[in-house]
Ligand binder design. Sequence first.
Ligand SMILES: [Zn+2]
Length: 155
Amino acid sequence: MAEEEVKAVKPGVVQLPYRWAIGEAGLKFFQGMKNKKIMGTKCPKCGKVLVPGRKFCTTCFVDLTDWVEVSDKGTLEAWTLVKYPFIEQPAKPPYIIARIKLDGADSSFYHYLGGIDLSDLDKVKKQVKIGAKVGAVWKNKTIGEIMDIEYFKLV
Ligand SMILES: [Zn+2]
């Protein structure tokens, strides 16, 4: 076999459509979203509230059945400005993905941070600070999905 043949690379596209069973905890969480409520589960052993709510504590491995509503306001823990497009991207860049600790939760929640002019990174950095308070901007019509919250905004 010629060396050129071994090094030959052909571009390709692999599509992998799938459906994901959200399970009992996912169902309860998204039912909450439909009612503009963010639901978590509280661990009876360590007392942590995990959001989105889940079936077991990721620290203690005990079953979680105590559902609690947390605030749709919280604190910005981290953020990144996405400027470049990639395959299956959820939004058209530029946009900010933020890690948010909702008031009443002990885990972090990821969502968009919006309502900010992203044309000048220096201005963005002056505006968007770790520790800033943020609040959810809900859609008028909710259907029980994560994008029932359009984005979080600085408050
Ligand atoms: Zn626990």
